[in-house]
Design a protein around this ligand. Structure first.
Ligand SMILES: *[C@@H]1O[C@H](CO)[C@@H](O)[C@H](O)[C@H]1NC(C)=O
Ligand SMILES: *[C@@H]1O[C@H](CO)[C@@H](O)[C@H](O)[C@H]1NC(C)=O
Ligand SMILES: *[C@@H]1O[C@H](CO)[C@@H](O)[C@H](O)[C@H]1NC(C)=O
Length: 360
C-alpha cells in the first residue's frame, strides 16, 4: 500500500495517496488518543467495543489485555472459567427477584430508560438518580428510569442482596433477575430487559438502553424522539462492518464455531441505543432462532438482521459518542449520549449544564 502511494505521488497529484496518508496520520492520532485516555480501571464496555471497532486486531488485543490486567477482578463464587464454547444461557426462563410491575402503568412514560448496572454498584445508581435520572418530565413527556441487575456473585452476596432490597423499597427503580450478574451474561441481561418491556410497558412509545458510565442528555433525547418513526426503529451509534476479533486473548473473542463471518452485521453500540416498543417482542422471538453471542449489542444486531429490520442512523452523527467528549456546555447541550471518564465527570457535567444562561 505504501509502495503504491510512493509511485502515485511521482505521477500527477493524487488524492488517493493523500487520503491514504491522512488515514495513517488519523490512525496514529487515534492510537495516541486511546493510549492517553484509556485509564486502567476505567475501561468500560462501550469503550472497549470501540477499540475493537476502529483498530487493527493485534493492537486492540494487546491494549485491551494490558488494561484488563489492571482491572480488579470480581471475586466470584467459583473460580472464573472461560465460557466454553462461548455459550450464552439464553433463551431460558429467568425469574424476577425484584420487580416494578406497575412502573409503566403508574408513570405512563413516553420513553423508559433502562440502565444495566452491577448489583454492587450503588454509587453509580445514586449518581444517576441525582443527575440525568432525575429528569422525569421534558415538556409534557414523562421519562421513567429503571436499573437492571442480575444476582450478585461476590462473597458478600447476602448482605448485598439485603441492601438491594432496601434500595428497591426506597427508590422503586430496580429490576433484578435470577441469573448471575457477570460480563459474559450481559446478553441475558439485555434479553431480560426486552422481555420485561414487552410485558410491563405495552403503552410506552420508546425505550433506551443506557450504559451506566454514560452522560445522557434527556432533553435532547426526547426532542429527537418527537420526530422519529413510531415502529421498527432502532438507533444509536450504528457500527457497520465491524471486524470479529479472532484472537483468543481478546476480551471480545468469538471463535468461528460460534460466529463464522469475518464481520458483524450492523448493530447499535451498547453505550446507548434507542428503540420503539414494538421491537422488544419481535427481538425476543427472533432470539429463539438466532445463536446467542455474549456481546449483547452484537446479538441484537444479529436479531435485527434475522428480522430484516434495518438500523437507522441518528439524525445527526454527533448525538451518540463512544469516546468521552471533552466537556463544553454548547456541545453537551446538543448531544444525546457520551461515555464519560469517571462518575465524577458525569455528575459535574450534568450540574454545569443545569446552570442558567445560554448554552452556546
Ligand atoms: C494477555 O495477558 C496474559 C496474562 O498477563 C498473557 O499471558 C498473554 O500473553 C497476554 N496476551 C497478549 C496477546 O498480550
Ligand atoms: C395500556 O393502555 C390501556 C388502554 O388505555 C390500559 O387499559 C392499560 O391499563 C394500559 N396498560 C399499561 C401497562 O399501562
Ligand atoms: C450466567 O448466568 C447463568 C444463570 O445464573 C449461570 O449459570 C452462568 O454461570 C452465568 N455465567 C457467567 C459467565 O457468569
Amino acid at each position: 500500500m505504501v509502495e503504491d502511494c510512493e509511485q502515485q505521488s511521482h505521477g500527477q497529484s493524487s488524492s488517493g495517496c493523500r487520503s491514504l496518508r491522512s488515514f495513517f496520520i488519523f490512525t496514529i492520532f487515534l492510537v495516541l488518543f486511546l493510549c492517553y485516555y484509556i485509564v486502567p480501571n476505567e475501561l468500560s464496555e462501550s469503550w472497549a467495543v470501540a477499540v475493537g471497532l476502529f483498530l487493527p486486531e493485534k493492537f486492540t488485543t494487546k491494549m485491551v489485555n494490558d488494561s484488563l490486567n489492571t482491572v480488579p477482578t470480581v471475586t466470584s463464587v467459583e473460580p472464573w472459567k472461560p465460557p466454553e464454547p462461548y455459550c450464552v444461557a439464553y433463551p431460558h426462563k429467568y425469574n424476577l427477584v425484584l420487580n416494578e410491575p406497575e412502573k409503566c402503568q403508574r408513570e405512563n412514560p413516553f420513553v423508559v430508560l433502562m440502565v444495566p448496572v452491577a448489583p454492587s454498584n450503588s454509587a453509580t445508581r445514586d449518581a444517576i438518580r441525582s443527575t440525568w435520572g432525575s429528569e422525569r418530565l421534558v415538556g409534557d413527556k414523562t421519562v421513567s428510569i429503571l436499573f437492571l441487575l442480575g444476582l450478585p456473585t461476590s462473597e458478600e452476596r447476602e448482605t448485598l442482596q439485603q441492601n438491594l432490597l432496601r434500595e428497591s423499597e426506597k427508590y422503586h427503580d430496580l429490576i433484578q433477575s435470577d441469573f448471575w450478574d457477570s460480563y459474559f451474561n450481559l446478553t441475558i441481561k439485555t434479553m431480560v430487559m426486552l422481555e420485561w418491556l414487552t410485558v410491563y410497558c405495552p403503552n410506552t412509545s420508546y425505550a433506551m438502553k443506557v450504559d451506566s458510565d454514560v452522560f445522557l442528555n434527556v432533553k435532547t433525547l426526547v426532542s429527537m424522539l418527537l420526530s422519529t418513526p413510531k415502529q421498527n426503529y432502532m438507533t444509536g451509534l450504528v457500527a457497520r462492518n465491524a471486524v470479529v476479533l479472532r484472537d483468543p486473548h481478546s476480551k471480545w473473542y468469538l471463535p468461528k464455531t460460534v460466529y463464522e463471518p469475518p464481520f458483524y452485521p450492523p448493530y447499535a453500540l451498547g453505550l446507548g441505543y434507542v428503540f420503539t416498543l414494538d421491537l422488544p417482542e419481535k427481538l425476543v422471538k427472533a432470539a429463539q432462532r438466532v445463536k446467542p453471542v455474549y456481546i449483547e449489542d452484537v446479538f441484537l444486531g444479529l436479531c435485527m438482521t434475522h428480522l430484516g429490520i434495518a438500523l437507522t442512523n441518528p439524525p445527526d452523527g454527533s448525538l451518540f459518542n463512544v469516546f468521552p467528549v471533552e466537556y463544553n456546555r454548547c456541545r453537551y447541550s446538543k448531544l444525546i449520549a457520551t461515555t464519560t471518564r469517571s462518575l465524577r465527570d458525569q455528575v459535574e457535567f450534568w450540574k454545569d449544564l443545569q446552570r442558567p444562561g445560554p448554552y452556546c
